[in-house]
Design a protein around this ligand. Structure first.
Ligand code: HEM
Length: 600
């Protein structure tokens, strides 16, 4: 009572005008609350009705329907940030094969469904601009200076040899996207690819077992806290030496640690967090850019451009791979600043190991989870190695059916590649759906890779609907086709209720064929069209070599099967490719005495 009478006394003592102001404000708040409560269902009803009408439109050309939402301006943001994977899956379920419009943080975007429309997108590179997201990545993630950013914004000439309409007269040195694109495509294939791969293999094997190895292992078991950590250290060293030569780690001894500190803060850099709130992330990036500039300076001062042999070498110790040297010439022609060159090269260094590390981890992890599969892969790859050594016949190793199928299946499960394009033309058509010019189109590999209507799931229990090999589970044989088994292969043919379990033995595997075609629109871990990942051939070799060499060099076992079964690839809010494991993976490891290994 005391509190109420005190309050009443206080209210009586306040000026009448103030009282009326208070009452007025109070009313205003109630009215606002009521309006807000009404606005939400009204917005939802309106956007749902609009969406329904657009989806059932009989018009020959229509704009893709909007995914309904509750809150104006924020649109679908809340649903998206609560779980991007679930959001995309729900949109697919409702909109099926129809492109859908979403509103994320006030920005309109089209979600392009997998199947025929993503294929059209990949085939229409000439009408599409994929450079915008690259600019954002250079600006936010890699810290490209303003001068170079302005040059990128000004370059709308595209990546094709023929400049996009309206840019026919642009001078070659201003066509930066075209120049970068040309370099990566030329130097990630043929002899250049062979040289980068050889250096990767040499560096990886010598670090695994040589004096430089992070873990000095013997024949006794050694327990280790995290498989991903081991894989990432080894691959990062080998890939960076393959690209940047033998000196970069001598000049920057903490490069590996500093690189992973940068990688850790990458999502916060990409999220667009204001600079004044993002000091730690910016500092991590600054350290790395300084490292790259130290290496550039050393290479500039040490490399002899008059030495024809070095100038034409596919790989030499100072600049490393030929592409890094050729890029220096390109930077000079484009008058790129030192800071700009460092940012551009940081992008390539990240690309050369970022996605491969997580993919190699997953491939190894899935194999270690299944002892029979591990034995089958060791049996399959052993004949590729020279007796008692880690030396192998690479072509033979890259063509092992089970290893390749395990690799393809790993990418199916662990890649969440964002595919982004912007239309250059006013009404870009996906079937009857017309997309507006200059608006973002987005597609993800995640939902396509898990489409139960497309992927072979083995035999299915018709009563429960449960499948022998669910789409969200690893099945090493999914990409194998056996002549005597019409149900085999990655694509669903029929859901047989019963199936005899077949062994993973060498004689059966020798009759297996790896299937990599017939999955257009459903399997695109490397994107597609002229923007398709130029590093895909190197990535495949890195992953196969890592897995085969680790299994040959070491005995490895997961320490906690129960914990391992909870390890998941989870799609993040800002996916940049292959996703990381959600927890650490403890394992034990010991050096393996090199088995008999038949010569190839
Ligand atoms: C498992 C490993 C990898 C995955 C899943 C992956 C995935 C992708 C994807 C989805 C794209 C965009 C494609 C598109 O928009 O259609 C891309 C672009 C790119 N990737 Fe990869 N990548 C991998 C490994 C690599 C490696 C090892 C390198 C370099 C050695 C590399 C270099 C690049 C470059 C330079 C681009 C940009 C190409 C351009 O702008 O034209 N990637 N990658």
């Amino acid at each position: 009572m005391g509190v109420f009478s005190e309050t009443a006394g206080f209210l009586r003592s306040v000026e009448p005008s103030l009282m009326s102001d208070l009452a007025h404000n109070y009313d205003a708040r109630i009215v606002t609350a009521i309006l807000l409560l009404l606005i939400l269902p009204l917005t939802y009803t309106y956007t749902s009705a609009q969406s329904h009408l657009a989806r059932s439109s009989k018009r020959d050309v229509a704009e893709p329907p909007q995914v309904p939402y509750l809150v104006p301006f924020l649109g679908n943001t809340y649903a998206f940030v609560s779980g991007p994977a679930a959001f995309f899956a729900t949109v697919r379920k409702t909109f099926k094969n129809i492109p859908a419009r979403v509103l994320l943080g006030g920005q309109r975007m089209y979600l392009i469904p997998h199947g025929e429309h993503i294929q059209t997108l990949f085939k229409s590179s000439r009408h599409l601009n994929a450079e915008y997201t690259t600019i954002i990545a250079f600006r936010d993630a890699l810290g490209l200076p303003d001068k170079e950013l302005q040059e990128l914004y000004a370059d709308q000439s595209g990546i094709d040899t023929a400049p996009a309409p309206g840019y026919e007269h642009m001078e070659a040195q201003h066509r930066i996207f075209f120049q970068i694109h040309k370099h990566v495509h030329t130097h990630f294939a043929g002899r250049s690819l062979e040289a980068i791969t050889s250096k990767f293999i040499e560096s990886f094997s010598s670090r695994m077992l040589g004096e430089k190895a992070e873990l000095q292992l013997g024949s006794q078991w050694s327990e280790q806290p995290d498989l991903h950590d081991l894989v990432r250290t080894e691959i990062f060293h080998a890939a960076t030496e393959a690209f940047c030569g033998d000196y970069i780690f001598r000049l920057c001894p903490n490069l590996c640690k500093e690189f992973w500190e940068f990688d850790e803060v990458l999502p916060s850099l990409i999220s667009g967090t204001p600079k004044f709130l993002n000091g730690k992330a910016l500092a991590a990036r600054a350290v790395l850019l300084k490292n790259i500039k130290t290496w550039h300076k050393f290479a500039r001062e040490s490399f002899d451009w008059n030495n024809a042999e070095a100038v034409h070498a596919e790989w030499e110790p100072i600049y490393g791979a030929r592409i890094m040297r050729e890029r220096q010439k390109m930077f000079k022609d484009m008058k790129t600043s030192e800071d700009g060159g460092a940012s551009y090269d940081l992008g390539l260094i990240w690309a050369s190991s970022g996605n491969v590390i997580a993919a190699s981890f997953w491939c190894l992890f899935f194999i270690l989870q299944d002892p029979a599969l591990k034995e089958a892969i060791i049996e399959e790859t052993t004949p590729c190695f020279r007796k008692g050594t880690l030396a192998f016949d690479s072509e033979r190793l890259y063509s092992r059916p089970l290893l390749q199928s395990a690799y393809l299946e790993t990418l199916r499960l662990s890649v969440a590649a964002p595919i982004t394009r912007i239309s250059r033309v006013p009404k870009f058509r996906l079937g009857k759906w017309a997309v507006k010019k200059d608006e973002m189109m987005f597609a993800t590999t995640w939902v396509a890779s898990r489409d139960t209507t497309f992927w072979n799931r083995g035999s299915v229990d018709h009563k429960t609907g449960k499948a022998e090999h669910e789409v969200d589970k690893f099945w090493a044989e999914r990409f194998l086709e056996f002549e005597d088994d019409p149900r085999s292969g990655p694509v669903r043919k029929s859901d047989n209720a019963t199936a005899e379990k077949k062994p993973l033995d060498a004689s059966r595997l020798s009759r297996a064929k790896v299937v990599e075609s017939g999955m257009q629109g459903y399997y695109y871990p490397f994107g597609g069209g002229s923007k398709m990942c130029p590093g895909r051939f190197f990535a495949k070799r890195q992953i196969l070599v890592t897995v085969a060499l680790m299994l040959r060099a070491f005995d490895m076992e997961l320490l906690d099967a129960a914990a391992a079964s909870k390890t998941q690839p989870c799609m993040p809010l800002t996916p940049v490719g292959t996703v990381r494991p959600n927890v650490k993976t403890a394992f034990k490891i010991r050096k393996r005495s090199q088995g008999p290994g038949r010569a190839c």
